[in-house]
Design a protein around this ligand. Structure first.
Ligand code: MN
Length: 316
């Protein structure tokens, strides 16, 4: 049975105060551990990393708010992820805001000596630096750091290597990129499929690019920001998106990734329980995580399980 460790990072310091710190415990309340176990994984819950309260901290640098605490948490997370990957276990990191991706991917990359592809599903670029940022929020910068750009403190988590090589990155579902981020995508020739590309050319190219990346990178990390999903289906995304993926699109996308790639880690970020409607975002998040790790879970699998009255394979 495939082993999978869960690490919660209740950190919201990378964003404005948007209520995402309760993400890990909310998903546990929605029985993520039981559901992953039912889907065929042997789960170890490593608990939550302790993050200092926003009120107890001061902003030293308004262009990279709470950078010291974010770097401290990222290092602790990176060490935990690295140790787990070295034991040949899969990892699920539950945020928190998207800046938890920095420590998670840094730890996995160092454990795998940089042989790590990153599939980044997000409406935003998260590729500003402390020079180009409009908000000073680090959840809009960590991807630039993972690619080796921007502030040294952020890009040198664990060591000074570049954590994600440019041709090992695939951006999917972009809608709202800042000017500086679009320039970076263009100048560095980053592989990206914006929502507009999907609408104009169809999903086929997305599947093609996923297959290509899985051939180049034998290990894949998936970073899933809930704001890539239409707010009808994911109302509890911290920054709700009216133009994101539908339920049909995001479930099939995650299923395809899970089937065609060796997904060794996932971070699921930007969940705000306060906005949820009958827990539907939490339930969708759990479904997508299970699909990304190559197994299945949906209303249909539950329906079949509940209604199974006869074992057709048993000839008696
Ligand atoms: Mn994001």
């Amino acid at each position: 049975m495939q082993k999978l460790s869960i690490i919660g990072v209740p950190m919201d310091l990378g964003a404005e105060n948007i209520g995402v710190a309760s993400g890990p415990d909310s998903l546990r309340e929605n029985e993520i551990i039981q559901k992953l176990t039912d889907a065929g994984f042997k789960i170890t819950d490593l608990g939550n990393i302790t993050v200092k309260e926003r009120a107890s901290l001061s902003i030293e640098n308004p262009r990279a708010k709470y950078i010291s605490e974010i770097c401290r948490v990222s290092l602790e997370l990176a060490e935990k992820v690295k140790a787990t990957v070295l034991k040949n276990e899969k990892v699920l990191v539950i945020g928190g805001d998207h800046s938890v991706c920095l420590g998670a991917v840094s730890g996995a990359s160092v454990a795998l000596s940089g042989n790590l592809g990153l599939i980044y599903i997000d409406a935003h670029g998260d590729m500003n630096t402390s020079k180009t940022t409009l908000t000073g929020n680090i959840h809009g910068m960590h991807l630039a750091s993972l690619l080796g750009f921007g502030d040294k403190k952020l890009k040198h988590i664990l060591d000074t290597t570049v954590k994600v090589k440019k041709d090992f990155l695939l951006l999917i579902g972009g809608n709202d990129f800042d000017k500086a981020e679009l320039e970076l995508v263009r100048n560095e020739k980053l592989d990206s499929i914006f929502m507009k590309d999907i609408l104009s050319k169809g999903f086929y190219q997305v599947f093609e690019k996923i297959t290509m990346l899985s051939k180049n990178a034998s290990n894949i990390w998936v970073s899933l920001d809930l704001d890539s999903i239409d707010s009808v289906y994911a109302p509890a995304a911290a920054m709700p998106n009216k133009a994101g993926f539908t339920y049909r699109e995001i479930t099939i996308l995650c299923e395809e990734i899970g089937k065609s790639c060796n997904v060794m880690g996932v971070d699921l970020v930007e969940y705000n329980q306060q906005f949820d409607v009958n827990e539907k975002t939490a339930e969708l998040a759990i479904e997508l995580i299970i699909k990304l790790f190559g197994s299945n879970y949906s209303w249909y699998t539950k329906y079949l399980e509940k209604n199974k009255t006869h074992d057709w394979n048993n000839k008696k």
